[in-house]
Write a protein that binds this ligand. Structure first.
Ligand SMILES: [Zn+2]
Length: 141
């Protein structure tokens, strides 16, 4: 009879004990990825604390996924300060441009609103003047 093995999902970290040589699918992940078998005796694994299990599985997941390690350590290697400064300058320039466009828009809206208000006031004035004209009453103003 086969012994239990510890299987874990390299995607979400879910683990379970199975009595199978076939790699089971992760019941937690929608993609139902095949789970990996941990290289540890299940009894040893079961005696670990939850924290130790988490640490063990994180190590296992990391070592089974070299590209993940690469991605995690990439930023510190990739960005020397020159690159970082250049990149930030680009971001600042983009923000500057965006800001200019926005303030132009605000200025345009401001002008438009004032123009509309002026027109409205002129219309109101001429209407008021027109309505006042026939009787010559100035009290209403
Ligand atoms: Zn999973």
């Amino acid at each position: 009879m086969r012994e239990l093995d510890v299987f874990y999902c390299p995607r979400c970290g879910y683990y379970a004990y199975y009595q199978t040589s076939r790699h089971p699918q992760c019941p937690k992940c929608p993609s139902q990825d095949a789970m990996s078998m941990a290289r540890i005796h299940y009894a040893e694994f079961m005696h670990m604390s939850c924290k130790e299990r988490d640490e063990y599985l994180s190590q296992a997941i990391l070592s089974s996924n070299p590209s993940l390690i690469k991605r995690l350590t990439a930023p510190s290697q990739k960005y020397d300060s020159h690159n970082l400064i250049a990149e930030m300058n680009t971001v600042i320039m983009n923000l500057d441009t965006e800001n200019k466009i926005l303030s132009d828009t605000v200025k345009w809206m401001h002008d438009t609103i004032w123009e509309l208000l002026r027109e409205k006031r002129q219309t109101a004035d001429s209407q008021a003047a027109a309505s006042l004209e026939p009787c010559g009453d100035t009290d209403g103003k």
